[in-house]
Design a binder for this molecule. Structure first.
Ligand SMILES: NC(=O)c1ccc[n+]([C@@H]2O[C@H](COP(=O)([O-])OP(=O)(O)OC[C@H]3O[C@@H](n4cnc5c(N)ncnc54)[C@H](O)[C@@H]3O)[C@@H](O)[C@H]2O)c1
Length: 339
């Protein structure tokens, strides 16, 4: 593909920062936008062909300069469930912020070849008490968002469709699964680590509003918790662990690069995940072996059911290929001395 000028919103985030480097290495010119004061954004300033923009997508005036005349927009900036923010932030950043980006594109980027909207597999998640209609979830699965975050992603996707049919802005939707950098898997206080480091799981539950089932879980965890930190494996009432997915942020960035460079992606939606799901049991037990930590198994009636998507469409149309399994991520994080 001939080099183009790409605006990345949320360029200081875990996926956006990799994407900025990936696109600049592929010869594209990058405009990197994130909130004023974002530290990772400042680091990107030393990359070749990366221009830094500070702005807030909830304030359209602050993003117009970044959007003006650009060829492609890759819109990642968002409020995430992992950041412990309220429902209003999801609506402000994900719904209104995406609307602002589309308006700014219509007004100031007349030659825009693509608006890539980074959505989420949360658009399919039906809520705590329900299960997906089938597994693996493909792009034809109904969008049954059962969380406010997921609902804002569904709404923003619909807005992209509407700007295409009303104003001719060509879009593509990308729906990553849970996505992490390897070091986050070993960090007890990261949004990922607090799921399997027992002390962090207890601290998290203690400091947040809880459902009745979580109250029960907290008292059970308090009973098994001890002087030394251990790893937590939650299983259902029969002792079965869920199948799930974690995507390496570098793979997600590669998927986005391929999306930008594939004309056939216009008007389409793509799941982006690892090659295959993994079992929570295999993952936590491997972590226990590698970190020399004991694993505590706790049965929990409200354990999240198995949840994984198919990236077959992205492989077929975009040539997407995930290259890091969650076990490779553990190897890498341990090898680089993160723990
Ligand atoms: N990480 C995941 O598990 C995951 C899973 C599915 C989808 N996604 C989606 O991928 C995208 C990127 O996620 P990430 O994991 O890199 O998250 P991240 O939190 O690391 O990055 C998001 C970036 O957006 C910026 N941002 C937030 N509000 C902003 C605003 N009002 N104006 C400008 N910038 C703002 C943040 O400062 C941050 O740098 C998001 O749209 C997210 O919803 C992430």
């Amino acid at each position: 593909m001939i080099p183009v000028e790409v605006l990345i919103t949320g360029a200081g985030g875990r996926i956006g920062a990799h994407l900025a480097r990936t696109l600049s290495s592929a010869g594209h010119r990058v405009r990197a936008l994130d909130l004023p004061g974002n530290k990772a954004l400042r680091h990107l300033g030393s990359e070749p062909d990366v221009e830094i923009f500070a702005g807030d997508i909830t304030d359209i005036a602050s993003v117009r300069d970044a959007v003006a005349g650009v060829d492609v927009i890759c819109h990642l900036a968002a409020a995430l469930t992992t950041h412990d923010v309220g429902d209003q932030s999801f609506v402000d950043a994900n719904l209104n912020g995406t609307f602002n980006m589309l308006v700014a594109a219509r007004e100031t980027a007349p030659g825009l070849a693509r608006f890539v909207y980074v959505s989420s597999d949360a658009v399919y998640w039906p809520g705590l008490t329900r299960r997906p209609l089938y597994l693996p979830i493909d792009e034809s699965h109904p969008l049954t968002a059962g969380s406010i975050y997921g609902a804002t992603k569904v709404g923003a996707e619909a807005m992209c469709h509407a700007f295409w049919s009303t104003y001719g802005i060509p879009f593509t939707i990308v729906r990553p699964t849970a996505t992490a950098n390897p070091s986050e898997l070993l960090d007890p206080v990261s949004p990922f680590g607090r799921r399997w480091f027992l002390d962090s799981a207890i601290g998290w539950l203690e400091s947040h509003p809880r459902t009745a089932a979580e109250d029960q879980l907290l008292s059970e965890l308090g009973r098994v918790g001890g002087a030394t930190d251990r790893l937590l494996l939650l299983t259902d009432s029969e002792g079965a662990a869920s199948l799930t997915m974690i995507t390496d942020a570098r793979d997600a960035a590669e998927g986005l690069r391929a999306t930008i460079e594939t004309p056939e992606a216009v008007g389409e939606a793509f799941n982006i995940g690892p090659e295959a799901p993994h079992s929570d049991r295999e993952f936590v037990e491997e972590l226990g072996r590698r970190l020399d930590m004991q694993v505590v198994e706790v049965r929990y009636e409200a354990v999240r059911p198995s949840w994984y998507v198919s990236s077959a469409k992205a492989r077929a149309v975009l040539g997407y290929q995930a290259t890091h399994s969650v076990f490779d991520m553990i190897d890498e994080a341990i090898g680089s001395g993160d723990k």
